[in-house]
Design a protein around this ligand. Structure first.
Ligand code: NAD
Ligand code: IPM
Ligand code: MN
Length: 364
């Protein structure tokens, strides 16, 4: 791709703080690599509710549809927590994922050199950790209907529906197999087949597909066991493929292997259209407005966007190296706080990474 158009959706809480730094980083990429990146802003989440009364205005959806990629900060916050479900900030993000057909959410987990002390796990458990969680993103409990609250006699009751078609399951599993093939050829499929019918269909589908991928070792783990094994021996995992809600929960857990949820990026991909790139964390209302948030998950999401959507591997590698060198020099944001390390604000960390990027490019 010669040039790219990016829809930037800052959202709520720390979203605008980390997005500002991500845009500064993109501008530095433009300067250092003579690339053409056109940025257009859109509103989503609570910010869109405040301005337009709904969490995903049509103009934002159109902007995303006509862009090459979407870069999103985070949505949500206590201000909107009492809104009915369809008018919550999160509903905007879910609708955007569904509308763009972003069925595959890739969440890579690696430990940066020097951050071992920030992880609650012992250093020896962190060696060789290199996995990716492939989370199904447009099905399951998040989207199944009925999804409602209703009165049954005197009582209120509520229902969410866990629904998957075989085609939806096959599509995400196939991606898991393909990714495993490009990596260490080990696929762990996570389900709850001892209880859930959707999981039994999931497991059967995985077994059927495995016949087409004899070079990939498939194993199944029940989700409760998977949550435990992630902490017991994280390096055993290569590609984990799982349904929407399990993937949501396991990836926040896996983030702590790396030291902080502020380190984990993600890419959400569809069959044809634009990809959406966002950190896995939320709007962090407890630290919003304090210039304290770690912007690195967002920067790593930018790197994923440049690599996957634009095909600009050199630029993505340079961002990765810049982050590595800043961390190796001991610079940290609060969330990574180990004794004896220098604490930077969000904007200071942004400036450090830009400086390191320029150095990387100078060195070649
Ligand atoms: P959260 O991820 O926002 O925060 C959890 C904890 O991690 C908090 O203590 C927070 O301060 C910390 N944290 C998160 N990101 C950080 C960063 N970059 N640097 C330093 N610390 C960071 O999860 P939550 O508190 O459960 O949710 C808050 C809001 O965010 C909710 O409204 C939720 O719906 C929303 N949310 C949005 C997204 C998204 O937009 N993709 C993802 C998760 C949660
Ligand atoms: C995430 C978030 C979202 C999810 C919420 C905000 C809808 O937790 O991106 O991980 O559950 O998918
Ligand atoms: Mn989540």
């Amino acid at each position: 791709m010669g040039s790219m158009r990016v829809a930037v959706l800052p959202g709520d809480g720390i979203g605008p703080e980390i997005t500002r730094e991500a845009v500064n980083l993109l501008e530095e990429i433009v300067r250092l690599f003579q690339r053409n990146i056109e940025i257009q802003y859109g509103q989503i989440g609570g910010a869109a509710i405040d301005e337009e009364g709904i969490p995903l205005p049509n103009a934002t959806l159109q902007l995303c549809r006509t862009s090459d990629a979407v870069l999103l900060g985070a949505v949500g916050g206590p201000k909107w927590d009492e809104q009915p479900g369809h008018l919550r900030p999160e509903a905007g993000l879910l609708a955007l994922r569904k509308e763009l057909g972003l069925y595959a959410n890739l969440r890579p987990i690696t430990v940066f050199a020097g951050l071992e002390g920030a992880s609650p796990l012992r250093g020896e458990l962190l060696q060789d950790v290199d996995m990716v969680i492939v989370r199904e993103l447009t099905g399951g409990l998040y989207f199944g209907t009925p999804k409602e609250r209703r009165q049954s006699g005197q009582e209120w009751e509520a229902v969410d529906t866990l629904h998957y078609t075989e085609a939806e399951i096959e599509r995400i599993l196939r991606l898991g197999f393909e990714m495993a093939r490009q990596r260490r050829r080990h696929l762990t499929s996570v389900d709850k087949a001892n209880v859930l019918e959707t999981s039994r269909l999931w497991r059967e589908t995985a077994e059927r597909l495995a016949l087409e991928y004899p070079d990939v070792t498939l194993n199944h783990l029940l989700v409760d066991n998977a949550a435990m094994q992630l902490i017991k021996c994280p390096s055993r995992f290569d590609v984990i493929v799982t349904e929407n809600m399990f993937g949501d929960i396991l990836s926040d857990e896996a983030a702590m292997i790396t030291g902080s949820i502020g380190m984990l990026p993600s890419a959400s991909l569809s069959e044809t259209g634009p990809g959406l790139y966002e950190p896995i964390h939320g709007s962090a209302p407890d630290i919003a407005g304090q210039n304290k948030a770690n912007p690195l998950a967002m920067f790593l999401s930018v790197a994923m966007m440049l690599r996957q959507t634009a095909g600009w591997a050199r630029e993505a590698d340079a961002i990765q190296s810049a982050i590595e060198s800043v961390l190796a020099e001991g610079w940290r944001t609060d969330d990574l706080g180990e004794p004896g390390t220098a604490r930077l604000t969000t904007s200071e960390m942004g400036a450090k990474v830009r400086e390191a990027l320029a150095q990387c490019v100078k060195r070649g």
